[in-house]
Design a protein around this ligand. Structure first.
Ligand SMILES: [Zn+2]
Length: 203
């Protein structure tokens, strides 16, 4: 993620859903404020969906409430990655949803990438606004902040985050050229149908 420019230092965070224990949902998440270059598996923290610590010595990521909220609301999701990549952050500041402009977007992400309503970092309000923007999608832009990408596993969530950054860049450059042609509506409808069928089978 650092090499790809999706995060730097200790920014952003990553989690995976763990098998639930005694009906308690669990996640493994990166710790708060630890540089990725200094992080190994001993730094990973396990919490339940109320972010109560279960295992690990460090404090869980400050955005753990958001990760837990995504797992609660989306049974199809097995991994969540939160990034601070540059072009996606430009979209986050502009407040403009990235419309379906590249064929992969509908099939891979579910259509447009929505910008969430602004909320203070680390709060339940941010978790709620991100879940709303993420409904029926694999990615959302977090207003004035960054992005979140989800997948069945970490590899898919990482692919999603890379695609989000790429299409955000394409959208911004096309905007600067003065014209953004979206995909034809019938194409988006057909491709979104493929996406929804797959999503239902993953849930
Ligand atoms: Zn962040």
């Amino acid at each position: 993620m650092c090499d790809l420019g999706l995060v730097s230092g200790s920014s952003g965070n990553i989690s995976v859903r763990l098998p639930s224990h005694d009906t308690r949902g669990l996640l493994a998440v990166t710790p708060s404020g630890k540089r990725y270059s200094e992080l190994d598996e001993s730094g990973v923290v396990v919490t339940d969906f109320n972010v109560e610590p279960v295992e690990g010595d460090l404090a869980p990521s400050s955005e753990s409430l958001m990760h837990a909220a995504v797992y609660r609301s989306r049974p199809d999701v097995g991994a969540v990655i939160h990034t601070h990549s540059a072009f996606t952050s430009v979209a986050a500041v502009s407040g403009l949803d990235v419309p379906p402009i590249i064929d992969e977007m509908a099939v891979t992400l579910g259509g447009s990438i929505r910008v969430s309503k602004y909320a203070y970092p680390g709060t339940q309000a941010l978790a709620d606004s991100v879940c709303a923007a993420l409904e029926g999608r694999k990615a959302a832009i977090i207003k004035n902040h960054g992005a979140v990408g989800v997948g069945r596993n970490l590899a898919e969530a990482l692919d999603v985050c890379m695609l989000v950054e790429r299409v955000s860049k394409i959208f911004i450059y096309a905007k600067l050229l003065g014209n953004v042609d979206e995909l034809p509506k019938e194409v988006v409808d057909a491709e979104s149908e493929v996406f929804r069928t797959r999503l239902d089978s993953e849930a």
